[in-house]
Design a protein around this ligand. Structure first.
Ligand SMILES: Cc1cc2nc3c(=O)[nH]c(=O)nc-3n(C[C@H](O)[C@H](O)[C@H](O)COP(=O)(O)O)c2cc1C
Length: 366
């Protein structure tokens, strides 16, 4: 048994996860596109910011609770959609859903989950949840998937727009990475091509190439918005202000700055560097979220200070899940929330909004 309480950082959770995961599963979770510049830069870009703490502020009761599209959450550290949680532990996405609920967080279930979206909903019935949607070439199938999510009580549909084709993750190609026997893309059973398991390279890359829509346009966004109304649509995978504005003009209700955790495009813009432009372009019309490379509460504070309403994490939750199942995923969310709380207190921020007063570019006095 991993002693979760002894693991004090997300990086320590990752080390524990690595010991427990099959090497190909660890590679799948960890890797980024091509030479992994974007993967590294997402995290390193936080080096470009600083927190100018304020003194003489009463920080005895910091308030981390907020809302995202009207759903109340106790922490702004939320769970990004990631595929294949049953590689990490038997209970997979169910364990993640329960951990997110216990943390007062929000779980975004992936289209590529290894558990049916209805079963994820049943695992944490009272908790807020969103569903991440990949648009398939088969629009009827896409519409059925979105309708299932709405029927199962998902409060928003998150349309991922950064995956016209799958980025090349070298480890997965070399490992010929595929789901082990007994696991499946549970939401997609009716769409799975019979020959999916055979062939070179990554199984997921073959699925994406054969089934997902490489010609996703703003018209598709409008189509999904109309199809799921009144459930709101969040657009995930934006790093440019102009794209954010166009998405809002076509019915998106919130913008999620993301480069898919550096898994799609090498030399992609680090998300923390993209955030300010997107926030400016959105101009208060909608909520803006961010993910990518957040491994500490202080980094989350920087993202909030640059205008994010909430910060999503992908791999940290997977590391927790692999290190200790539901308790491990809870540990990941708890660690980040504890770190954020302490960072807010030391920075003189009694509220999340106050983060805007203290974050600056490194080297610039406020
Ligand atoms: C193993 C893995 C699987 C992912 N699967 C999906 C997915 O199915 N859909 C999606 O929109 N994003 C997916 N993502 C991207 C995450 O939602 C998120 O953008 C990213 O993990 C954030 O970066 P971080 O891992 O550095 O926190 C995945 C990321 C990882 C690491």
């Amino acid at each position: 048994m991993t002693d979760l309480a002894a693991l004090l950082t997300v990086d320590e959770l990752e080390a524990a996860a690595r010991e427990r995961l099959a090497p190909a599963a660890y590679d799948y979770y960890r890797s980024g596109a091509d030479l992994e510049h974007t993967l590294r830069r997402n995290r390193d870009a936080y080096e470009g910011y600083a927190i100018a703490h304020r003194a003489f502020v009463d920080v005895s009761s910091p308030r981390l609770s907020t809302t995202v599209l009207g759903s109340a959450v106790a922490t702004p550290i939320l769970v990004a959609p990631t595929a294949y949680h049953r590689l990490a532990c038997e209970d997979g996405e169910r364990a993640t859903a329960r951990a997110a609920a216990r943390a007062g967080s929000l779980y975004v279930a992936s289209t590529l989950a290894t558990t049916r979206l209805e079963d994820v909903a049943d695992a944490a019935p009272g908790a807020p949840r969103w569903f991440q949607l990949y648009v398939h070439k088969d629009r009827d199938f896409t519409a059925r998937l979105a309708a299932r999510a709405c029927a199962a009580g998902y409060g928003a549909v998150v349309l991922t727009c950064d995956t016209p084709v799958l980025g090349r993750r070298l480890a997965d190609v070399k490992n010929r990475f595929a789901l082990p026997p007994g696991l499946t893309m549970a939401n997609l059973v009716e769409a799975l091509p019979p020959d999916l398991a055979s062939g070179d390279g990554s199984e997921l890359a073959r699925y994406v190439a054969s089934r997902l829509e490489p010609a996703l346009t703003l018209a598709d966004l409008r189509w999904i918005v109309d199809a799921v109304a009144p459930i709101p649509v969040v657009v995930k995978g934006v790093v440019r202000g102009d794209d954010a504005a166009r998405a809002l003009d076509h019915g998106a209700r919130a913008i999620w700055v993301s480069n898919h955790g550096g898994r799609q495009l090498d030399y992609g813009l680090p998300t923390v560097d993209a955030l300010s432009d997107v926030v400016a372009a959105v101009g208060g019309r909608a909520e803006v979220y961010v993910d990518g490379g957040v491994r500490s509460g202080a980094q989350a504070l920087v993202a909030l200070g640059l205008g994010a309403r909430a910060v999503f994490v992908g791999r940290p939750v997977l590391w927790g899940l692999a290190a200790g199942g539901e308790e491990g995923a809870l540990r990941a969310l708890g660690l980040l929330t504890e770190e954020l709380t302490r960072a807010m207190q030391v920075a003189g921020c009694p509220t999340l909004e106050a983060a805007r007063e203290v974050v600056c570019k490194r080297g610039c006095a406020r």
